[in-house]
Design a protein around this ligand. Sequence first.
Ligand code: ZN
Length: 217
Amino acid sequence: MPSKYRLRITTKISKRRSVKGSRSEYRKFVPYAARRVFIHELGHYVADTINHQLYGMRSVKGIEIYKSPSLTTDYEGETKITSEGVRPFKPTQRMLPAYFAALAYGCIFESAYLDMPDMLFCMDNHGRSDIDKRNDFVKDPTIKQALSGATDAHYQILVNSNLGQYLQTMIVNKFVRNGNTDRIQINISLLRTELSSWTRRHASSYIRFVNELKRIL
Ligand SMILES: [Zn+2]
């Protein structure tokens, strides 16, 4: 990995720690941290929505952003899929490319929003569990590398088409359904309405990405 990326990541982490040190600064920091998690979950939401419409996979039931019990991160999030919890989600071999694309979209959106040159920071932090879920199905290091390469290439395409700027202009507050900042619930029906035309326009690029993953698998 090029060392300049490492340097950039280290700077980000130390900045976050110093902000956490002050009580008043911390209060200002909370909405920002929750917003970043919202954007990450939004990436999963967009991919899951297209997967539902085009690949017959299950739809999104809800998004929750909650205060993390861990000391290393402020907030965590979860995009819940219909009937999850009733039985564990096991994608079939045919569904794997779309499933992997949806796992990747959390870090794709988050990294574009943070204006990162790549997705490494996210994959080492909030996106760790997404990578672990993918690796439950892929053991071959050559295939893993090819999947990561295709994901990086897709990330660069989206960054060049101004995904980051689009996400930075989103008004996150209007999608929040409750007043509890420790456990924020997102209004999915409003998200569906507001995001539908963007998601429709984005579908062709998404399909190309899924097809590329399919070619590797
Ligand atoms: Zn994720």
